[in-house]
Design a protein around this ligand. Structure first.
Ligand SMILES: Nc1ncnc2c1ncn2[C@@H]1O[C@H](COP(=O)(O)OP(=O)(O)O)[C@@H](O)[C@H]1O
Ligand SMILES: [Mg+2]
Length: 489
């Protein structure tokens, strides 16, 4: 693993891992003597696992390496002692000597925590998590002991777990089910995401509960072919942005994507990843994407993405810089990841999004979600009647021109208490109060987004929906450019 670096004469390596014991097993290579140090056991010889010296003091342990040739000292949790001037000095003094004598210090730590005084001496490497073969071998060993048949699928499901986590997950599965169960192991893997505190699992929505948005639905269904295990040729989509009016079902459609693909749904809240410590937000973002990769197949849902950028102007440069850096990493990851992940981002506005975020090519598709058409409203009425036990007549879909799905749902709920007529009169649709915003969003979308709603089957609907605002804004001229008949010719 580190042989190349040792041969090249690197005197100091920083090994990032949550698995110190596994690191000790994997690191030793021909030509060097390997020792390990920790602050309780002192120095041990890794070949014989015999204690060599009882040195507990970290600075002394580093000095100990000065007297050797071609030796590697694996120092556990040394990063916790970097606040000591003696330790910092011992590293600075040691580095040039170690380089000359073929020695190397390997600091093993789960996180990068370095001091500027020594930062430049270290080369940072990640210890990769166990691969498919290692996970399978682990299962094999356990299976032999208990005389239980191995399950290759369950070994693959363990991908992303540390050796320790995989072992305990296998053991749990044997206790619960008596065999290596893919399901038990996948559940154990969800723990990894939960424990991180960086993301949450959400219940996917049923696609039958999404009214309309047929263009979007068929896009996902069509592109999902690329996720079939036997597909080798079709490119996989990585990210979709849904832009539109609040309450039109963007969040709902994102959640339903997970059930179309039969993947788990992970919600990533950018705001909660942010941290005021310098560099910490970006580190958390990197950790989140690393975990998603380790987790494997998932729909990653970022709701109301514009909020992560909101306030960036008022609270100054640093915050704007942090958001930009976080998203920079995220977007690069999204394009480069080899995992089967689909990012579903939603936005109610585009004015707050930085241009590089919505730039063509970042997302595989941008959909604009407009107010529902008549057919869509009919579907939504049926869904809401079923969901709430209301009985809004289908004929109401005409009257509900300009109402969003969320508003139709509100009507369904209110009608249970107040009756339909009163509920209807009490409801003022957003499309009346947000006329300008909606129109400018629509204009933006015209050239930059696909339509999630299938207007092509209802050519008159768009004009009808717009005429609703016209009626409601008496005395206020609607600008001509917004009238479809003129602007679309
Ligand atoms: N097209 C739709 N089909 C069915 N229900 C809808 C639709 N649009 C909105 N709703 C209802 O309104 C709720 C809020 O919608 P949401 O998905 O949060 O909208 P958005 O994210 O676009 O603001 C949904 O949970 C759902 O109950
Ligand atoms: Mg929403």
């Amino acid at each position: 693993m580190i042989q190349d670096y040792l041969e090249a004469g690197y005197p100091a390596i920083y090994l990032l891992t949550q698995e110190p014991t596994r690191a000790e097993q994997l690191l030793p290579s021909e030509g060097w003597k390997f020792f390990s140090w920790d602050c309780l056991q002192g120095i041990r010889d890794l070949q014989s696992s015999k204690p060599v010296d009882e040195i507990r003091d970290p600075a002394q342990a580093l000095n100990w390496l000065n007297s050797l040739n071609d030796a590697v000292l694996i120092a556990h949790n040394m990063h916790l002692f970097l606040d000591s001037p003696e330790v910092v000095q011992a590293i600075q003094n040691g580095v040039s000597r170690w380089k000359a004598t073929g020695c190397c210090l390997v600091m093993v730590s789960p996180m990068i925590s370095m001091r500027p005084e020594v930062e430049k001496f270290f080369h940072v490497i990640d210890l990769p998590l166990p691969n498919d073969d290692e996970l399978f071998d682990l299962q094999n060993e356990l299976g032999k002991i208990h005389n239980i048949k191995v399950n290759k699928k369950a070994a693959r499901a363990a991908k992303g777990l540390t050796e320790f986590e995989a072992e305990t997950a296998y053991a749990l599965s044997l206790i619960r089910k008596g065999y290596f169960s893919t399901k038990v192991i996948s559940e154990a893997k969800s723990q990894m995401i939960r424990k991180s505190g960086l993301m949450e699992f959400w219940e996917p929505a049923d696609i039958a509960d999404v009214g309309g948005l047929n263009n979007f639905k068929s896009f996902i269904e069509n592109r999902s072919k690329a996720f079939n295990p036997d597909n080798i040729q079709l490119p996989q989509i990585k990210g979709i942005l849904l832009v539109g009016i609040p309450g039109t079902g963007k969040s709902l459609a994102s959640k339903a994507t997970a059930s179309i693909l039969s993947w788990p749904l992970i919600r990533l809240d950018i705001g909660s990843l942010k941290n005021s410590l310098v560099g910490e937000s970006e580190r958390r973002m990197r950790e989140a994407t690393r975990l998603i990769d380790a987790f494997g197949k998932a729909v990653v849902w970022i709701d109301e993405v514009e909020k992560a950028f909101a306030g960036t102007r008022s609270s100054g440069e640093t915050d704007a810089g942090t958001s930009a850096a976080m998203f920079g990493h995220f977007l690069t990851w999204m394009q480069e990841t080899k995992s089967s992940v689909l990012v579903m981002a939603t936005a109610n506005q585009i004015s707050q999004l930085p241009p590089e975020f919505i730039r063509a090519g970042r997302f595989d598709a941008t959909f604009f979600v407009d107010l529902p058409t008549k057919t869509e409203r009919t579907e939504i009425i049926k869904i809401m009647n079923r969901k709430w036990g209301s009985d809004i007549p289908i004929s109401c879909s005409e009257r509900l021109t300009g109402y969003t799905g969320a508003e139709i749902e509100q009507l369904a709920k209110d009608s249970l208490f107040d009756g339909l007529e009163q509920a209807f009169n009490a409801l003022v649709p957003l499309s009346r109060t947000m006329r300008e915003e909606i129109e400018s969003l629509r204009q933006w979308a015209k050239t930059r987004a696909r339509s999630a709603n299938s207007w092509e089957t209802e050519p008159d609907e768009q004009r009808k929906i717009r005429s609703v605002y016209k009626k409601d804004t008496v005395g206020e001229e609607i600008s001509n450019e917004y009238l479809p008949a003129q602007s679309e010719q």
